[in-house]
Design a protein around this ligand. Structure first.
Ligand code: NIG
Ligand code: FE
Length: 407
């Protein structure tokens, strides 16, 4: 056992509901807090001096300066395994070119597919690990990572193998997701439905065989896969035993409804979700995930996070870090900005990047600092937790702990 502290504040995020709005006065704040760690888990979170008295001979990891401690964050939606970059897309977009024009002049998702296909497993592993380490430095210790830039058997498996390999080099938890249904690849000889069947028959059985992912994602959108074909695909995916998540309502509405109807664990994006569908989603078990990094990257409106919470939904916030629509890769900055535009309380933002986003990945063992939870936490050199979001990401994490060990 080990005692870490004293922290000026521990924000435990304990005893908060999974769904709906939150106010900051619901937050449990332990002043002069201490964390008791046993076998990588939280044994107690309490007043540091009381804990010290209770365990007089315990090993103490002393915190010398004023620091605030929170549960480490979970980024439940990223595409950080990719080759190349899309700086040209950025320039073209800002010069007023449309999505279609960018795609036609060699940009868009397809250009990342070509770069990712060209990259060797070693190269992809190296850049993915660099991004993972950058994510960890923000205080994020659970990271979902999607395939979706391979779009054929060889390269989708290559991406998922790289993610699996990356797990052996990091203590962070990586959660792989198969996004072969990101786009119908230009070199696929057949219809969208035929491509979706190809995923079902040729890719997913191998994903299962090699235990490369337990989750499947699809991009439902006019430019990608249409509602009916997607529904049929997802129902079959479910039969194969995969969990489902959906890129929903990014530009046009309707697909969040599909996500709910097929029992998806989460519906992500939702920038274009209409009020009626917000109500439907908010009553369901499907987590609504806002991706403010994509709104910032594309200059689109934000996900209606306020409305989702007021309607009682489960709101998570994730980075969507990818080379095209969300190249920033800083969830703290993005969540802070979302809070400003959507009028979210600090409690709502912190819940959205901790236990609520962990729930989207089916992980109930983390995201709060209470007895029995995984001892993943992050500290900031400040005397008040409000400073973290107030500084919009420029107050950097001081230390990141995984299983009670400092990284
Ligand atoms: O979540 N919307 C579709 N997929 C990604 C974009 C990926 C890309 O542009 O490379 C997203 O925004
Ligand atoms: Fe995405």
């Amino acid at each position: 056992m080990k005692l870490i502290g004293p922290f000026k504040q521990i924000v435990t995020l304990a005893n908060l509901p999974l769904r709906g709005k939150l106010s900051d006065d619901q937050l449990e704040i332990i002043e002069d807090g201490g964390l008791l760690i046993k076998e990588g888990k939280i044994a107690d979170a309490n007043n540091f001096y009381d804990l010290k008295e209770q365990y007089p001979n315990i090993e103490v990891e002393n915190i010398e300066d004023e620091q605030v401690c929170l549960p480490a964050f979970t980024d439940s939606h990223t595409h950080i395994c990719f080759g190349g970059n899309r700086a040209n897309d950025f320039a073209m977009r800002n010069a007023g070119k449309t999505y279609l024009e960018i795609a036609e002049s060699g940009g868009g998702i397809w250009s990342s597919v070509l770069h990712t296909r060209k990259a060797s497993e070693e190269e992809l592993l190296k850049t993915t690990l660099e991004r993972i380490n950058s994510v960890i430095s923000l205080g994020i210790t659970t990271i979902e990572i999607k395939s979706g830039y391979g779009l054929d058997v060889e390269n989708e498996l290559k991406m998922l193998r790289v993610i699996k390999k990356a797990q052996t080099f990091t203590k962070a938890t990586l959660v792989p997701t198969c996004l072969s249904a990101h786009l119908k690849p230009r070199d696929f000889d057949g219809s969208s439905v035929e491509y979706l069947n190809f995923i079902l028959n040729e890719i997913l059985p191998k994903v299962k065989e090699e235990n490369l992912a337990k989750r499947v994602d699809i991009f439902i959108e006019k430019s990608a896969f249409l509602p009916d074909e997607s529904t049929e695909f997802l129902l079959k995916v479910k039969e194969l035993g995969f969990e489902i998540t959906v890129h929903a309502d990014q530009f046009t509405s309707g697909s969040s409804r599909i996500a709910v109807e097929v029992g998806a664990k989460s519906a992500d994006h939702l920038e274009a979700t209409i009020d009626e569908d917000i109500a439907f989603l908010a009553k369901s078990e499907t987590v609504a995930t806002a991706l403010p990094g994509a709104s910032l990257g594309l200059g689109e409106k934000f996900t209606p996070a306020r409305k989702i919470l007021d309607a009682g939904g489960i709101l998570a916030i994730a980075s969507d870090w990818n080379p095209g629509s969300a190249p920033m890769g800083n969830l703290i900055t993005q969540a802070s900005i979302l809070a400003t535009f959507e009028k979210l309380s600090t409690a709502e933002v912190l819940a959205g990047i901790t236990f609520r986003s962990a729930h989207a990945l089916n992980l109930s063992d983390r995201g709060t600092l209470q007895k029995g939870k995984k001892a993943d936490f992050v500290t900031f050199k400040t005397d008040n937790f409000h400073n973290i979001l107030y500084h919009q990401g420029s107050l950097k994490a001081e230390s990141v702990y995984i299983n009670g060990e400092k990284m």
